[in-house]
Design a protein around this ligand. Structure first.
Ligand code: AMP
Length: 304
């Protein structure tokens, strides 16, 4: 089954303690769709400006991503600048230039409208809503967001959150969204808005998944070398949704397996700058790392 994703396709300028990338390929939809493309067909909805090099579009096409929903309009491409300190868990945004995002009117190609899986990646919640309204009857809708939209468009964002099945956000964003310091209480409040599941990304501490009556925890894969965490969250979401769309298994066990595939994909992405690690990733490596994940979290039950 294929996934439709709306999000940003961007130029990023990123500084980490290990180096700097200037105007490199980034964006929530770029990371998401590249990651999901290892599992399923992906159709991209996004906008770039006249300055966006054709080689980046060719890369997306080389991953079999449908780019017919990628508009190129007059103006400059969305640009994000951020910095990470030695605590690589949270990015500090230095500058956000929305540029062509301010003019963007998503108009989904006819072939996208029957999509069964829809991911509303991090972008203006008004644009997320416009895309949501054009997809006819999706089986599963998930969404992400970030502090920038939580503070600038809280009402639009709440409307989106009421219409999705799964919310996938960072720990800090869950707290910001609810004004609640305790993560469990924050999770309860977000679920009360109307979604069935909440997936909280916690950087090197892994992921917590909440429903109204269960919690599932997955660690992050222990890595010796982490160079650039940019895009880890979107890459996680791409592996998670990609695997779900591939199997169509929305049982609790199927969703937990998808959480691990998402974590595996994120663990590869942080090993290099921009999408460089994704560009040289092979599916066999994904399977091998999935198996080490399994042994990492496997332990014997107690006998009563
Ligand atoms: P993450 O997975 O959270 O590390 O996402 C990183 C990506 O989000 C970067 O490649 C940025 O281009 C993109 N990004 C940063 N700020 C925003 C924003 N306000 N809206 C949408 N995308 C953004």
């Amino acid at each position: 089954m294929s996934i439709v994703v709306v999000g940003t396709v961007a130029f990023d300028t990123v500084e980490t303690p290990f180096g700097k990338g200037e105007n490199v390929l980034g964006g929530s939809a770029t990371y998401f769709s590249t990651s999901a493309s290892f599992f399923t067909d992906v159709s991209l909805v996004a906008v770039v400006g006249e300055d966006f090099p054709e080689e980046h579009v060719s890369f997306l096409k080389s991953r079999n991503i449908d780019t017919s929903g990628l508009q190129r309009i007059p103006g400059k491409t969305f640009h994000w600048s951020g910095r990470y300190g030695y605590d690589l868990n949270e990015a500090q945004t230095l500058d956000t230039q929305l540029n062509v995002l301010m003019e963007f009117q998503p108009d989904l190609p006819e072939s996208y409208r029957d999509a069964e899986y829809l991911f509303l990646a991090n972008i203006d919640p008004d644009l997320q809503m416009q895309v949501l309204e054009q997809v006819k009857a999706p089986k599963l809708i998930a969404c992400d967001t970030m502090n920038f939209w939580i503070s600038s468009k809280p009402d639009s964002l709440k409307k989106v959150l009421q219409k999705v099945d799964i919310v996938v956000i960072n720990e800090g964003e869950a707290r910001q969204l609810t004004g609640e310091a305790n993560l469990i209480k924050a999770a309860r409040q977000i679920i009360a808005l109307g979604c069935k599941r909440l997936v909280v990304k916690r950087g090197e501490y892994g992921v917590l998944m909440f429903t109204s009556d269960s919690v599932f925890a997955a660690p992050a894969y222990p890595l010796e070398e982490v160079f650039d965490p940019t895009g880890a969250g979107d890459t996680f979401a791409g592996g998670f949704m990609g695997y779900l769309a591939n199997t169509g298994d929305l049982s609790e066990a199927g969703i937990r397996q998808a959480i691990i595939f998402g974590s595996v994909m994120a663990s590869f992405n942080v090993e290099d700058f921009s999408l460089n690690r994704m560009k040289r990733l092979d599916y066999r490596e994904i399977e091998t790392r999935y198996k080490s994940f399994k042994s990492l979290t496997n332990f014997r039950d107690i006998v009563i």
